[in-house]
Design a protein around this ligand. Sequence first.
Ligand code: SF4
Ligand code: SF4
Length: 434
Amino acid sequence: MTSTAIPPTGADLCVHCGFCLQACPTYLALDDENDSPRGRIVLIKALAAGTLSASDDAVGTHLDQCLGCRACETACPSGVPYGQLLEDTRATIIAARPIPFTSKVILATFANPWLLAISMAGARLLRALGITRLLARAPGRLGLMMATLEATRRSVRGGSPAARARRGAQSASAQTGALAPQRARVAVLKGCVMEGLLAPVNRATERTLARNGFALCTTAGQQCCGALHAHAGDRETARRLARANIAAFEQSDAECIAVNSAGCGAAMKEYGHLLADDASWRDRAAAFGAKVRDVSELLAAAGPAPATGAPVNAAVDFPCHLVHGQRLSDPPARVLAAIGGLRAFELPDASACCGSAGLYSLTQPALSQRILAPKLAGIAASGAAVVTTGNPGCMMHIAAGLIRSGSNVQVRHPVELLDAAYEYDACQGEGQER
Ligand code: SF4
Ligand code: SF4
């Protein structure tokens, strides 16, 4: 048996203490040491040593069932960089254990701007025709996929004609940075799913940043961040996308890159690691990563400008790649604290993975739903009208689960709530003027 020559970087830090076990969703769901962080690290070391083969189905299954949620990293007292270890391993064993066909097609689509645009247009058409709503509670994968698309539906925002006109002006200002900004020049990552299916979240992000004094820079040539590819082991495509994004954002003259998708932000902050072996891109990648900020980091640092907003009970959930991948939980709380009417409270398992995890909800549907179930129960018990979380995958996965369970609870990004509160206040002020 030959060694897979996986760089054991970080694996040797594991002292087998087991502190990570109770943080691991797959260990809790499956009660199998091989599906725990500690167990998987043993498998990874055995692969590196050549005592296990990457073509061994059992080994592959245990690695495939890992969500990559990185909750084990936060729990680990020894500092095992588990997320990078997993990605390194998946990239190394890809020859012996190729990416499944369906995942390959999805990854190829996301890596090609034209295919991505066509597929997103098709998804929006299904949504506009009401097909996603009709089939959202169908059994099996079809129902799950339709519910996930239906979860991206946003009603056309209301308000008076004057409020809509003001919003339009504000949006236009956001495009040109014409609000006499006093803070940093910021370029916003459009993202693939965010711009394709959740464009109102991007527009809310732009308005909210402009409202808080940031100057928005336009950035042509952006592509998918490559996080899905890196997580799946397709590191070469992830690197190609990273280089394209670095080159695009370097043209923008931005001081910071604002990201409203926690998964993308975590991956982009780690471009330096992704391109560490590429001498001509290594330094640019590290410099780029240092400029990436979650939108909540920027807003929290800015204040943010207070709003009253409508009185709403909102349950707060944390995307894994925000709270574990980027170690950020305070900034979203500070964004929500700016909304006076909002009664925000954390779900009991706010930092636990929802089961979305990139392509995981498609590749491991049964386990993904099992991991989601306690989250849905917590939401139902909380009495919340809204759940707020800052990652498109989590937003869609949780909302799909709520739709399929017959719940009316909505899922919104924190910046959507702040943006809506600004608009609510503007409409209230307008009503008083009349
Ligand atoms: S907590 Fe860290 S050191 Fe302990 S078993 Fe888990 S990965 Fe290893
Ligand atoms: S990344 Fe998540 S699912 Fe994978 S071992 Fe760590 S805690 Fe468990």
